[in-house]
Structure formats: C-alpha cells, structure tokens
Design a protein around this ligand. Sequence first.
Ligand code: NAP
Ligand code: HSE
Length: 429
Amino acid sequence: MSLDSVSSLRVGIAGLGTVGATVARHLLDGAVSNVVVTRVSARDASKDRGFDMQNIAFSADPLKLATADDVDLVVELMGGQDGAALDLVRAALKAGKPVVTANKALVAAHANELSQLSANTGGAVVPLAYEAAVAGGIPVIKTLRQGLAGNQLQQIAGILNGTCNYILTRMDEAGLSFEAALQEAQEKGFAEADPELDVSGVDAAQKLSILSALAFDLRPDVSAMAVEGVERITEQDISFARQFDCVIRLIGVSRQADGKVYQKVTPMLVRKGGALAEVSNELNGLLFTSQPLGKLFLQGAGAGGGATASAVLADIADLARGDGQALFDRATADMTASASHQAPESEYYLRVGLADKPGSMAKATQILAENGVSIEEVVQRASNDGDGFLPVVFITHEVDESSLDNALKALQNEKNICNGVLSLPIFAD
Ligand code: NAP
Ligand code: HSE
C-alpha cells in the first residue's frame, strides 16, 4: 500500500520489551504526527506494558501483522537473527509493507535477501529502515546516507556496544567485577536477550558490517571479520591501562586502504584525552574519517529503551512523510565480498604471565626482538596468585600483525616461562 494513500499511518509493533514498549508509549503520546498504533504482538498478552492496550488489537502470532488490513507499517522489535523476526520482516516486505527494525543480527545475517526484497518487491521499493540497529540513538545511518553523501570514507572507528562499554566503565570507575557489571547492564535493559552476543563482540561486529556496507560497499559478512570480545579483560588489565594513562574500550574499525577494506572488532587501549576514551557507560561513539570533510565524531546513548526508541521513532516519522529507502543503495550482489586482511601496523599492549625465575624476562624480550617486536615500556607486578608467574606488561612500538602473531606463538610455546598472553592494539586517533 502506498503510504500517501492513507490519512494516518497505521503501525503494528511486534515486540513490547525494552524498546517496543517505549516506542509504543511515545507513539500513543503523539510523538509522531499522523501515526496510530493499531496492532501489537508479544509472547505474553497479559503483561502490563505501561500503556493502555484497550483500543489496540493484540496478535499472539506476530506474522499476522504482515497480513492484517489495519497495519500499513510493521515495526519489528522482537529480536533474534532468524525465527519469528525473520518470518515477519520477510512476509511484510513480500506483502509490500514498509518495515522498521532495530535488529542488527537480522539485518547483518540476511542482508542479501532483505536487500533484494526491499529493493524490488512487485517492481517497487519497499522501505526497510534500521537506524536503531546501529549505535542506538545516534543517527549514524542517516549520517552515512545523507550527511556524508559525496564524501569518500576512509575509516570508521567506533564504540558500538553499550553493554561492553558499560562493563568496562564500571570495572574501571566503580571497581565492579565483570559479572557484577554485566548484571547491571542487563538490569538496565542494555544487553541482548543472549548477552553472549554483546560480550563476545558479535553484536558490535554485526553493526560494523552494516556500516561497512554503507560506507565501503562491502557485503555484510561477520564471519569474514576478526572479532574478539571483552571476556578476557581482567581488573588487572584495567588497572595496567590506567597506569599507562589509557582506558580499555571495545572498538570496531573499518578502514579502506589500497583498494581493500580491513575490519576488526577488538578491545583496545585508548589514550585518555582522545574522543573515544571519554565515551563512558552505555554511550556509543563513532569517529569517521572522510574526504573532503576530514574527521567527524558522534557520541550518544547507544543502548536502552529511550535511546533506541528515539531512532525507531525517527524512522517511523520518515516513513510517515513517505521518505523511505531500500536496505542499501545498491544490490548486495554488486558489492565487494568481505575478506580478512592484515591489520595496519599498531602499537600493542601485551600482558604476559612470566615465570618468577631468573632468565624468563631475558628470554621473553629475546623472543620479541627475534620476531621484530620492539619494546617501548615494560611494567612488572607482584602476583597474588601464588602460581609462580608474574604479570608483566610490554608496550610495543608499532609492529605489523604477522610479526606480532609470530612472537606471541613463540612466547606461548615456552611453557616453562610463560603461562599466557593477552594482546590488545593501542588505538591511534
Ligand atoms: P526484549 O526486551 O527482550 O523484548 C523482546 C520483545 O519481543 C518482548 O516483548 C517479547 O515478548 C517479544 N517477543 C519475542 N519473541 C516473540 C515471538 N516469537 N512472538 C511475539 N513476541 C515475541 O528486547 P529489546 O531489548 O527490546 O530488543 C528488541 C530488539 O531491539 C532486538 O533486536 C535488539 O537487538 C534491538 N535493540 C535493543 C536495544 C536495547 O538497548 N535494548 C538497542 C538497540 C537495538 P514478551 O515481552 O511477551 O516476552
Ligand atoms: N545490546 C546492545 C548494546 C543494544 O549493548 O549495544 C544496542 O544495540
């Protein structure tokens, strides 16, 4: 149905959790003109969602929203890469109904099919809007599609997961354990239904793959990306980072050079004073480098009901004005395939467990030197573990990824002097 053929846009919302219920409440309060919520779906029909559902139809089966005569626009806020969310979005697009979603897992995993369906169903574009899928309330999709249109993107570096950023901030500033900080993030509604997606870095990777598609015409493929989560970061790493005047942040980088796009999600040390170091709690932050603009930094709430609802409402407002687009500006078949490429040279933080006996430090530095890894700084701490190994941190000069990998393998093979290594790149603004 054409949106301008109806006087009020009739919206059906599937999912009434942290995000869906907030969106519904704001729409019912009149946040977007000429929009009315006619139908909703959730698993539990009896749950209080904080708004009056008397005049709104309830469907136990979310798929009904794709076919119901009283729904012009489907808002998918159930989550999940496949299952009910995929069935609904697919059916709505096939029925010619525009869709708004906050579901980055779905968009990243099914970009090819959804791009095709939204670009051409029955010979027409059926809009698929997903501003809320990346960086919560920050209008990053609009920034890439509109604000930076005509720019040549060189790099996007961003804090894209509010839960991880919240965990790292709370461990640093409030001395919380990883588990306690994650629990707080879950209680505040920042985490995914399966928080493993957050802490493993996969959620940030899904978001980065969407940004890379828009910025570099790269077909989304998280499996082709190097992804490391925050699970191995200890309170000790956070304290070491502080000693080097740095914080640890989970950062996604997508960078184009020499005709290739390098993508990676990993925790990094970020020097205090830099823009990304100041991004705390559930905030997200993105640094774009492009020509002719140069640098652009955006920061805002990256998770939570209010922030995410803000982006969903903006998409609904666009569609109510008849302003909608296909998933991407070009077919994914015409995009470049994602591939893994060597990381650019970087300084690294290496935390090594070294045996507390003569010669181990000399052996470790020899291995690093033999593999072309040059040391800028070393700090050794007394250990409380009583296992005979001391935590030692090396800050390296810039080194290429393959030299570093060789050095780390050689160190890990020396079981008598080394009981594990954590390596984190140091972010260069
Ligand atoms: P949530 O709180 O877990 O809510 C999910 C909602 O979907 C619930 O209302 C649930 O019903 C409903 N639901 C799940 N499966 C269903 C099914 N098969 N049929 C009908 N209803 C079903 O999730 P959320 O945090 O709002 O996240 C929703 C989406 O937004 C996800 O894609 C997420 O990745 C994305 N997102 C979330 C945030 C955030 O900060 N939370 C930020 C950006 C993007 P019941 O309530 O009855 O169980
Ligand atoms: N779980 C996600 C996060 C929600 O913490 O960033 C926002 O996409």
